[in-house]
Design a protein around this ligand. Structure first.
Ligand SMILES: NC(=O)c1ccc[n+]([C@@H]2O[C@H](COP(=O)([O-])OP(=O)(O)OC[C@H]3O[C@@H](n4cnc5c(N)ncnc54)[C@H](OP(=O)(O)O)[C@@H]3O)[C@@H](O)[C@H]2O)c1
Length: 397
């Protein structure tokens, strides 16, 4: 056991947000089948916890609508098992169903057997198109209208922050007591709106009619940091992220793929249009706008959101460096923490092993990499170096 305040470093990988690999352009008829979910050729992945955790938040809501005591806890316990069997609502709506995130949301509802009888889909340009859902049948996409959306007990928003700012509060409530879960950043920093990762603070959904979903980078890190914080109390968090093109949406992935293809053909990468710099064969320490303090907004989101979700005091220092890397999917993070209490590495590892939605993968010969992490439900946590009073101590390479 290492005495005194200790540092623990570990590496995380997780499939990034729902905004992955789904071309925004719709076919006349979209076909979603559960098998696609695990199919390597599937053009999309699943974002846990970013896309998936909200589904369990919704599941908690479904239970709430039925007044089932203890269901939410059960839901959180079952999150990694994708077992949603109890409770039911009549209808869940997805606004922005044709977008990269919205398409993933429908897949989540299908694949986790979310307890709703029906799903209603809303979009703008895609209104009128028919989606073939393996679980919910043929669904015609409707144009957004407040009246129609409020026919749903739960509404998932996968639209722009501006749209959400205008409509989310108006949708919440109404005749069906509609609960809105918003995927944009519009409400994350509003004191009246809970920012929820179900495994961490799922109890916050119990009284809220509008719930915000955290940034992908925050959610991934939070899943591993939460058990450590509960036991050892975080003092400092230093995070470096290695974020895949998928975090920038389908356009970002296309720019990476097209850039690599063009380079293979001509030896020259096309001028970047979507990223600040050429992404193929490069890394870009610039995601979102720079703030006055020198950090980018993407980096500050981690600080702001961890503070809110964990209810951290300002004494806990958080610093993030966010870097775009030329991988298609699965963000990686390296996190070093300093804790108030001693952090025996074996104990900390056991703690993470028992954490919902976290898989410890630290065998040296089975290292986790983005390619193998994509389309994988839990976040994968590996590595682990420990620096005690006697200097740097490395647990695993
Ligand atoms: N939490 C996370 O990790 C995370 C990750 C990625 C993105 N996001 C956020 O999620 C949101 C969606 O991102 P995305 O990449 O899916 O965007 P996207 O691909 O551009 O999709 C936008 C969707 O909104 C629909 N839409 C636009 N205007 C509308 C209107 N007036 N009425 C109804 N539907 C309308 C679009 O429908 P049509 O195309 O048919 O017009 C489309 O379905 C954004 O706020 C984004 O920042 C969050």
């Amino acid at each position: 056991m290492i005495q005194g305040p200790a540092n623990l470093a570990f590496v995380l990988q997780a499939c990034p947000p729902a905004r992955i690999g789904v071309a925004p352009a719709l076919d006349k008829s979209l076909k979603f089948a559960p098998a696609q979910f695990l199919d390597d050729k599937c053009g999309s992945g699943i974002g846990f916890p970013v896309a998936f955790a909200p589904v369990f938040a919704f599941y908690g809501l479904a239970c709430r609508q039925r007044g089932r005591r203890g269901c939410r806890k059960q839901c959180r316990q079952q999150a990694s098992a994708v077992a949603v069997k109890a409770g039911s609502v009549d209808s869940v709506g997805i606004i922005g169903c044709s977008g990269a995130v919205g398409q993933e949301m429908l897949k989540c509802l299908e694949n986790c057997d979310f307890p709703t009888k029906a799903v209603k889909l809303f979009a703008k340009r895609s209104a009128g198109q028919v989606v073939e859902s393996a679980k919910f049948g043929q669904i015609t996409i409707e144009p957004f209208s407040l009246e129609k959306v409020q026919e749903c007990e739960i509404v998932l928003m996968a639209v722009s922050g501006g749209f959400s700012l205008e409509w989310a509060k108006q949708i919440a409530g109404g005749p069906k007591n509609t609960v809105v879960v918003d995927n944009s950043s519009a409400w994350r920093y509003n004191d009246e709106v809970p920012l929820v990762v179900p495994e961490i603070n799922g109890e916050k959904i119990s009284s809220a009619s509008l719930i915000a979903n955290p940034n992908c980078t925050t959610a991934i890190g939070a899943m591993a940091l939460w058990p450590l914080h509960q036991k050892y109390k975080l003092k400092k968090v230093l995070m470096s992220t290695y974020q895949a093109a998928s975090g920038a949406g389908a356009e970002g992935m296309a720019e990476l793929e097209n850039g690599v293809a063009e380079w293979a053909k001509t030896g020259v990468c096309p001028k970047p249009e979507f990223f600040a710099h050429q992404l193929p064969f490069n890394v870009i320490a610039h995601i979102d706008d720079f703030q006055e303090n020198g950090y980018t907004k993407e980096e500050m989101k981690v600080t702001w959101e961890l503070q809110k979700i964990f209810q951290l005091s300002e004494d806990v220092k958080i610093s993030c460096t966010a870097v775009r890397v030329p991988t298609l999917r699965a963000h990686s993070e390296s996190i070093t923490v300093e804790t108030e209490q001693p952090t025996p590495p074996d104990e900390a590892r056991e703690l993470l092993r028992g954490a919902q939605g976290v898989k410890v993968v630290d065998e040296p010969d089975k290292k986790t990499v983005p390619i193998t992490s994509q389309r994988y439900w839990p976040i994968q946590c590996g590595g682990g170096a420990h620096s005690g009073e006697s200097g740097l101590w490395k647990e695993r390479p």
